[in-house]
Design a protein around this ligand. Structure first.
Ligand SMILES: C[S@@+](CC[C@H](N)C(=O)[O-])C[C@H]1O[C@@H](n2cnc3c(N)ncnc32)[C@H](O)[C@@H]1O
Length: 218
């Protein structure tokens, strides 16, 4: 897994490309297609290169998509991929990327205005506080029927789900002690509960990853 600084790019081209995002964008699209309500407004946190949300906007024109990230290089990459898509589909419903660091308050959004919030591959590659900030933001900015979809590797009941996930956890911790694969039952679900979110669904994904769908409590 990469941070923005690691992603490949051609000289003078702001578009970043992540091989992992290219591999998992199709299974993630399937997850969303099966669950999004009609005409949804979707915010992606930590869009990174922007390849996921650009793919979703191209494939699901009935919804509105708002990309975001905290990192200037990510914002430039998302904007550049968006321009490519806009040449192909001028009326695509994909906003310019928002500069959004999950710790900031307020977020540049109206409270209760987001039907679905996506956050892929961020919570293991940021300090735990970023997860808490994300969950608090989800509780505030989702509609009452809205949900947050997390995607990435998780351990379950204190146990890594694959040798490769355990090795990944070690490599993350070696890069930054505050990073690491999070535990679903021992860390994420209790924090989600404290923020006012409930578990709606756990979806198995390729390569020992999971999607976790959390609903706003009504
Ligand atoms: C590994 S990349 C994942 C990118 C993309 N979601 C994907 O799955 O390919 C992690 C992203 O999280 C963003 N990020 C890290 N900490 C953040 C924070 N506190 N607020 C918002 N974005 C953050 C980084 O800038 C980076 O783009």
């Amino acid at each position: 897994m990469n941070t923005m600084d690691d992603l490949g790019t051609a000289p003078n081209d702001p578009r970043k490309s992540s091989p992992a995002a290219q591999r998992n964008k199709a299974p993630l699209l399937d997850v969303l297609r099966a669950r999004l309500g009609k005409g949804s407004r979707i915010l992606e946190i930590a869009s990174g290169s922007g390849e996921h949300i650009v793919h979703f906007a191209r494939e699901m024109p009935e919804h509105e998509f708002i990309p975001s990230d905290a990192h200037p290089a990510a914002l430039a990459s998302i904007a550049a991929w968006r321009e490519v898509l806009r040449r192909e589909v001028p009326d695509v419903r994909l906003h310019s990327p928002l500069a959004l660091e999950v710790a900031q308050r307020p977020w540049p959004l109206k409270a209760g205005s987001i039907d679905a919030m996506l956050c892929f591959n961020m919570i293991h590659i940021s300090p735990w506080q970023a997860t808490l900030d994300l969950l608090e933001g989800a509780a505030r900015y989702l509609t009452p029927e809205g949900w947050l979809l997390l995607y990435g590797p998780f351990s379950r009941h204190g146990v890594h789900q694959a040798e490769s996930n355990a090795a990944f956890h070690q490599s993350l911790q070696a890069r930054d002690r505050r990073w690491g694969v999070r535990d679903l039952e021992q860390e994420v679900l209790p924090a989600a509960h404290d923020a006012g979110l409930t578990l709606a669904e756990i979806i198995g994904m390729p390569a020992n990853n999971l999607c976790l769908r959390l609903s706003r409590k009504n």
